[in-house]
Design a binder for this molecule. Structure first.
Ligand SMILES: CC(C)(COP(=O)(O)OP(=O)(O)OC[C@H]1O[C@@H](n2cnc3c(N)ncnc32)[C@H](O)[C@@H]1OP(=O)(O)O)[C@@H](O)C(=O)NCCC(=O)NCCS
Length: 253
């Protein structure tokens, strides 16, 4: 990352932060991914309860935000093999509940890193992960856990996630590019979490979100989906259950 071009900004320091990041998430994700009910319900808590964990990368040459990162903290500090199937949805709800119950935060958890499409494939993502780790280290956390969305799984929606995460490159790193970024900066892949997000909509909503038609009940491969979406036209309900991958960064070293 060129330090002369890019600088980290935070919502606590930059009064224009929210204006600057507007549109980045929408540009980064397939539309259906913006309809997770837990995200819709809890998103503002990131900035209200955990503002010091949020940051973005500003391109000083043109004043645009190139990348966005969100994390938070939970009371959980247990055996990583026991991390739940609920992944992303679980950790977000847990963080908000722990905060409401006054429980001390003991583990940092990643929620999102998104690089604007105009800034992808320039190696910025590992700088974002490293900066997220730095925030956790400065707060004295021992671990950063992440329900990672293995982004290249969308090329293999019919492959079982437990099998997919065993795929390696010739250099014995994860086949998946985003898992590889985490592994290169020191993360361990623990296991898949099979119900990390639960996104539901009517047939009409799924048609709007995907630009596809769903003439009958069945499983549909959707653009950007890590697994197929199941449509039941009689119930007028399409369900997409996204699997992610629990990864753990040790921060103490
Ligand atoms: C996943 C994401 C963060 C990666 O950032 P990026 O800028 O595209 O990737 P980088 O340039 O930092 O490269 C990271 C790795 O991906 C690989 N990569 C980058 N672009 C790629 C492409 N178009 N096709 C295949 N691999 C690619 C790189 O080669 C690198 O792996 P390597 O170092 O082992 O070679 C970014 O694509 C993104 O924001 N996607 C949408 C949101 C998302 O999925 N976020 C992650 C889950 S929270």
């Amino acid at each position: 990352m060129r330090d002369s071009q890019f600088h980290f900004i935070t919502p606590l320091e930059n009064p224009n932060y929210h204006d600057l990041i507007t549109g980045l998430a929408n540009a980064s994700w397939p539309e259906f991914m913006l309809h997770d009910p837990i995200a819709d319900e809890l998103w503002d808590n990131l900035y209200n309860l955990f503002p010091e964990f949020q940051f973005a990368l500003l391109d000083y040459q043109n004043g645009r935000v190139a990348a966005l990162a969100n994390s938070l903290a939970i009371h959980w500090d247990g055996d990583e093999n026991d991390l739940p199937e609920g992944g992303w949805d679980w950790v977000f709800r847990q963080a908000v509940e722990d905060h409401a119950n006054g429980l001390p935060a003991r583990t940092q958890c990643a929620i999102q890193i998104a690089i604007h499409p105009d800034y992808r494939s320039q190696g910025l993502s590992s700088s974002m992960v490293k900066h997220m780790r730095k925030i956790g280290q400065e707060k004295g956390f021992k671990r950063l856990i992440a329900p990672v969305r293995p982004n290249q799984k969308s090329h293999f929606p019919l492959i079982d996630i437990d099998h997919y995460i065993t795929w390696k490159t010739a250099g014995d790193l994860p086949y998946d590019a985003w898992l590889r970024v985490h592994a290169r900066v020191g993360a361990r892949i623990v296991k898949a979490c099979h119900q990390a997000m639960d996104i539901r909509g009517t047939r009409l909503e799924w048609e709007k979100w995907t630009g596809m038609k769903f003439p009958g009940s069945g499983e549909y491969v959707i653009d950007g989906g890590l697994v197929p979406m199941k449509m039941d036209v009689n119930l007028d309900l399409g369900i997409y259950i996204e699997p992610n991958v629990w990864t753990v960064h040790d921060l103490a070293s």
